[in-house]
Design a protein around this ligand. Structure first.
Ligand SMILES: N[C@H](CCC[C@H](N)C(=O)O)C(=O)O
Length: 282
């Protein structure tokens, strides 16, 4: 059966369909992405990641990131670990430079998985971006019991709300409302953080273009940066997500955020032509 090979991978349960376009171009339209993302009629994924060649000096590959709703993202931390693990296993390299829309991410093998330099945390209101000037340490947006978040971009927009009990938040209720708040012209990933200690944060997420996921690497980075900016955590913290823990360091010397965690392959498969030639209204 003619079709398109893929790998199904995940980082702490944040799951991906990975396509390798290094040898031949692959174009996935938003409606095709939505069809493949469908967990009943397709394969199912939080993000679809396409590995592409790049001419950018210093970069080894380009990684295109599509959310389950077909929208593009500039960052995907868990996905970057998975793509890096796949390509490094293929080439035998111990390091890899992954280019995304948001910049060049240096990856290296680490005990238990992969360390990614996610680049600098972007803290200015235009970087998030916001619809108008605001103090990114105290954003003027709220819904239900959530209010007064910190805005951080890791190449994608995040609003981080601090709560006394992360498990008590009805994130599938407030998440979609906040994701689409007019303060966020490009929408936003919505994170809730409960501080467990100066070196440990509990983080749950409503992802832009996806919904509730088991983990969000860029969100864990944003949550750590937000907690450190608020004086609630030290510069190296464990972030406890539904799917497991990530180690995050917000490096003092250059403001870069380092994320270390697992990258796992579930299976390899073939996307059938039926799925790829999906009707345009999929
Ligand atoms: N799961 C990804 C985040 C994807 C963010 C995406 N939902 C967006 O539109 O920014 C991560 O591990 O960083």
């Amino acid at each position: 059966m003619d079709g398109l090979p893929f790998w199904k991978m995940h980082g702490l349960g944040n799951d991906f369909v990975v396509l390798d376009a290094r040898e031949r171009p692959i174009t996935i339209h938003p409606d095709q992405a939505r069809r493949i993302a469908n967990r009943h009629r397709g394969v199912g994924f939080d993000q679809l990641l396409v590995i592409e060649p790049t001419q950018t000096p210093g970069a080894d590959v380009f990684m295109r990131i599509l959310n389950a709703d077909g929208t593009e993202s500039g960052a995907c931390g868990n996905g970057t670990r998975c793509v890096a693990a796949l390509v490094m296993a293929d080439t035998g390299a111990e390091t890899l430079a992954v280019e995304t829309r948001a910049g060049l991410l240096e990856c290296r093998t680490a005990p238990g998985g992969v360390t990614v330099d996610m680049g600098p945390a972007r803290l200015g209101w235009q970087d998030i971006p916001l619809a108008h000037e605001a103090d990114t340490l105290h954003l003027p947006v709220s819904s239900g019991a959530l209010s007064d978040p910190v805005g951080v971009s890791m190449g994608n927009p995040h609003a981080i709300f601090f709560v006394p009990d992360a498990e008590a938040v009805q994130i599938d209720g407030v998440g979609p409302v906040l994701e689409h708040d007019p303060l966020f012209p490009e929408r936003a990933n919505i994170g809730v953080v409960q501080v467990l200690g100066r070196d440990r944060l509990r983080y749950r997420v409503w992802e832009r273009g996806v919904g509730v996921t088991q983990a969000c690497g860029s969100g864990a980075c944003a949550g750590a940066v937000a907690a450190i900016r608020r004086g609630l955590a030290d510069r190296t913290v464990f972030v406890v997500l539904d799917g497991g823990d990530l180690l995050i360091e917000w490096r003092e010397s250059d403001g870069h955020v380092l994320m270390t965690g697992p990258a796992e392959t579930s299976f390899a498969g073939i996307l059938s032509r039926d799925l790829l030639d999906a009707p345009k209204d999929a």
